[in-house]
Write a new protein. Structure first.
Length: 158
């Protein structure tokens, strides 16, 4: 059950999705860590295929749809990390928990709508049963003025 990095790459291509380059850590951390049967993926930003980042505050520079698109791009970025760096012996069986963070003004209140961009992508890739887990969606200031950042926990088999 589940998908390894090779099967995940094939699934992404079959859906017609294009992955940006996998980002390298910008600090003292790993892109992900494994503990037992869980894969903890560090916060990822919205990297475009050009390696540029989607930047700006929701409620000021982008509307709720722009923020949702940024969160979807975070999903593609995270998938790129998994396809690029995850040992093919490891199979992702389901999404357990997602924390979605939106760079937003104090009066922006569409955080859950925006983070749906990430969640809908994972449901599309892994299926609704395995691709939707528990989730939080919050607003805050984000580094480099990126629009969205998401971290996730996956259940794995290895």
């Amino acid at each position: 059950m589940g998908m390894n990095a090779i099967e995940l790459s094939s699934r992404i291509k079959s859906l017609g999705l294009s992955l940006p380059p996998a980002p390298k850590p910008l600090g003292v951390y790993k892109p992900f860590a494994i503990s037992g049967n869980h894969l903890y993926v560090s916060g990822h930003g919205p990297v475009l295929n050009s390696s540029e980042l989607i930047k700006g505050k929701a409620g000021l520079d982008l509307d709720k749809d722009g923020a949702k698109e940024a969160a979807r791009q975070v999903g593609l970025t995270m998938l790129s990390t998994l396809v690029t760096y995850l040992d093919p012996e490891i199979r992702i069986t389901k999404v357990v928990k997602v924390l979605g963070m939106i760079n937003s003004t104090p009066d922006f209140n569409e955080h859950t709508y925006a983070v749906n961009g990430f969640s809908e992508l994972l449901a599309e890739v892994f299926g609704a049963e395995s691709g939707i887990g528990a989730r939080s969606a919050v607003g805050m200031m984000l580094p480099q003025n990126i629009t969205a950042e998401v971290e996730a926990i996956f259940e794995i088999e290895h």
